[in-house]
Design a protein around this ligand. Structure first.
Ligand SMILES: Nc1ncnc2c1ncn2[C@@H]1O[C@H](COP(=O)(O)OP(=O)(O)O)[C@@H](O)[C@H]1O
Ligand SMILES: [Mg+2]
Length: 303
């Protein structure tokens, strides 16, 4: 198989939309209790380390179905297991992150839409689940148009996070499959970007486009933002194709490619339907272990 076969821009449909009845969301009202929130996690977190301000990580790739949401959620839960205070922010109008913590995006009263468009405090829309979630709703789809005439529209998320930056060690932002204003807001608010890549449909052109967008963000909005790492996901290690895909990634992006690999596993599709992370759904499984390894790798970068 040639590199050309691997480097394709074929769209990847996001087939795993999880439709389920979810519990009603309960807004936190205040983030002050975040440090003591021990809800839902299968392992009790260690004592939080009061380091603040939070390190903000955006999970971005304009392709759908590459495991952005899965990675944002499970890495966030792995950070929490290792004793950190974690907020996740759902910037995708599809609300998959919100759903995968058992909250129905159709039932939330206030969401990131109100934070971005009406500038309400983000603490008003954070709900406590395994980790804290700033929830999305379907009306977030209209946020880009509603914000289009606002001054400072690219910085709305960055500004909203100022309120809670000392309440968390990590803020993990899930983004939609596009490079529009919602993703630009995420990249402007972020210190680091994690880029999940599905090795089966590796798109070098897509990654170059994402790098170009990041360069524009650096020049105009957020000079310090950097790629934390590129994460090979949904690996089927039995196929030569997947191995070649990772080799091509490493040839092109070198050290930027994480050592951690996320293999294909049915548990990843099952967990969100139950409204939980894989770390809670199958705490001792390999899938959970893979995201704990990734958390260690990111924490090592930091130290
Ligand atoms: N490692 C994996 N193995 C198998 N299925 C996965 C894996 N990671 C994610 N999935 C599933 O693939 C689908 C797309 O993942 P998702 O995280 O929603 O991607 P994105 O947010 O990039 O659109 C979901 O149904 C998810 O449960
Ligand atoms: Mg997603």
């Amino acid at each position: 198989m040639s590199a050309e076969d691997l480097v394709t821009d074929k769209p990847v449909p996001n087939t795993g939309k999880d439709e389920k009845k979810a519990e009603d969301s309960k807004p936190k009202g205040s983030t002050k209790s975040a440090a003591t929130n021990t809800a839902a996690g299968s392992r009790q977190p260690e004592k939080p380390k009061n380091k603040g301000p939070a390190k903000v990580i955006a999970f971005a790739n304009q392709k759908g179905g590459v495991a952005k949401t899965t990675t944002a959620l499970n890495l966030a839960v792995a950070f929490k297991e290792s004793g950190h205070r974690v907020l996740t922010v759902d910037m995708d109008p599809q609300g998959n992150l919100t759903m995968s913590q058992g909250v129905d995006p159709d039932k939330v009263e206030k969401s990131m839409f109100d934070v971005l468009v009406h500038r309400i405090p983000i603490s008003e829309i954070i709900v406590e689940r395994e980790i804290d979630v700033a929830v999305a709703s379907i009306d977030l789809a209209g946020a880009e148009i509603a914000m289009s005439t606002q001054i400072g529209r690219e910085r709305a998320l960055q500004k909203s996070l100022e309120e809670v930056q000392d309440d968390y060690d990590f803020v993990c932002i899930d983004t939609p499959p596009s490079l529009g204003l919602l993703t630009v807001n995420a990249l402007t608010a972020a210190n680091k970007v994690i880029v999940p890549v599905q090795c089966e449909y590796l798109s070098m052109r897509g990654l170059v486009q994402l790098q170009n967008t990041l360069q524009m963000i650096r020049e105009n909005l957020n000079p310090g933002v950097e790629i934390e790492g590129i994460l090979p996901t949904m690996l089927d290690s039995r196929t030569v194709h997947a191995k070649e895909a990772v080799e091509i990634l490493e040839e092109n992006f070198g050290e930027l490619v994480f050592k951690s690999r996320i293999r294909k596993a049915i548990k990843f599709a099952e967990a969100p339907v139950r409204g939980t992370s894989v770390l809670k759904y199958d705490p001792n499984g390999k899938a959970a272990g893979a995201y704990r390894d990734l958390a260690k790798e990111v924490l090592t970068h930091d130290s």
